[in-house]
Design a protein around this ligand. Sequence first.
Ligand SMILES: [Mn+2]
Length: 388
Amino acid sequence: MMLSFRLSTLQAPDWAQQTFARAPLGDQRRAQRATHVAQAMARHPGLSIPALFDSPYEVKATYTFLDRPEATPDRLQRPHRDAVAQRLRESDHTFLLLEDTSDMSWAGNQPVAGLGPIGLGRKGLQGFLLHSVLAVAWPREAAGHSRRPPVEVLGLADQIYHVRTPRPAGEKRGHSKARLGRQRESALWAAMGQRLGAAPAGVRWERVCDRGADIFEFLAACLALRHGFVVRAAQDRALEDGGRLFQAACQADVLGHFELALRARPGQSARVARLAVAAAPVRLRSPQRPGHGAGHEQPIAATVVRVFEPDPPAGVKAPLEWRSADRRGGGGFRASPGGGGQIQRALADRGVPQGAEDGPGRRAAATGDGGAAVRGHRHHEPGGAAPD
Ligand SMILES: [Mn+2]
């Protein structure tokens, strides 16, 4: 799903005025300062604060402002988030909530106040986790179009950050760093659901997440909040009927085809891939958890979606290699379409299809990563197996 954006034509001064002039910063002069800084940043994206302004006074005033206890991300973003929240309640609309966690990283060995460790223990990396939800409106006339229509970007529905506390000196590392990483990220996904709250009646909110969100409790919480979801499948989950998710994906009926322009990659030139979309209803069994066995919770009714390339052209050699952008690692893996395998492309991180693997049978064993996504929506519940 490569989204094309319809960008607002709002000019920088107006945008900054609308976005920050009413920020609840305790003093109107601070809101004016925020607006002023935002205007400069919008005119010159990417410049550091000292480079933004000609006068040293302006630079100092900016730092003084940012040092204020009132100048928190929540307060600065409040007018913007309120405006987005209002749009998200428009009835009869479908909104995509594109969600991911980023590592914000600062180099240097000197500890910086307010930052914590990031990454998987590499020395000297400090920063914080930033979890963002970008809201886009799905056009109402989209149904039936063969080409993907542009979506309208509304802005940040919400954003939270998390600073890790360093491991105390002398304490041993956890048994599984990857598992601890997952727990931290899963807490952010869960917290975001609670902050967004339940979707209003008559409005569709679809949370679009990478495999970091493939957590049973997260999917269940989405349904409880009437959030739909499209989550890249990370785990070959057990199904209520005794089967497995990835097997169900591979046996799913092909519903249609579409073409996707692929960027050039090392060892492979840009090309257009013809992709097949297959989908099947599934009921995900709740996994084993401390204190109770598998199947203890209600199963989740969802649709497994598989996007793959059934007939890769002869000229396409193996070197599609996918590396997880996920900070938990997960490794890369290779496709060998010539040897009877198939390139499978998933609805992947940030909605951009990527990923390839050896073949249906090996996908789970090789990497624990699936070329599949699960999709669910409460509106088609309860008991019903197949969201549209
Ligand atoms: Mn992620």
